[in-house]
Design a binder for this molecule. Structure first.
Ligand SMILES: [Cu+2]
Length: 142
């Protein structure tokens, strides 16, 4: 039997998205959705550890129908959400997704995530790579 594993392993290492994507996702969390709601907003910190800009151009949550980056802006005394099709993080910079600002809007969750659980998600980057992480579900008063 030929031993092909080391070669394949090396190839996987070279082709792995970790090499192409210097983006680090930290402290991801979401609030437990209220009963009857199938939507949620995921917050997180994005750190670009690389020496070139990185842009988030999409997202996916396996158990949800939709996931997209949104922003918030004040208009006529109201907070309105708007889609952010491309969120760029400059080289060496960080961007916070936090309540009242950017968030990852999740819609059509198959099952409502409960406090203490984690919700896996992936961000799609402009170069085609994906960066995945888990968001921790916080309770209502947490
Ligand atoms: Cu939103």
């Amino acid at each position: 039997m030929r031993r092909t594993l080391p070669g394949a392993f090396l190839l996987a290492l070279l082709a792995g998205p970790a090499f192409a994507a210097p983006l680090e996702i930290a402290s991801a969390w979401l609030r437990e959705p209220p009963p009857g709601s199938s939507g949620a907003a995921i917050y997180m910190e994005l750190h670009n550890r690389g020496d070139a800009p990185v842009a988030v151009v999409g997202a996916r949550v396996e158990s949800a129908a939709s996931a997209a980056v949104h922003g918030h802006r004040h208009a006529d005394g109201m907070m309105r959400m708007y889609p952010v099709p491309r969120l760029e993080i400059a080289a060496g910079a960080s961007v916070r997704l936090e309540p009242g600002g950017y968030h990852l809007m999740v819609g059509g969750l198959a099952a409502a995530p409960r406090a203490g659980a984690v919700l896996p998600f992936c961000l799609r980057l402009e170069d085609g790579a994906e960066q995945c992480a888990e968001a921790r579900v916080r309770g209502i008063g947490e």
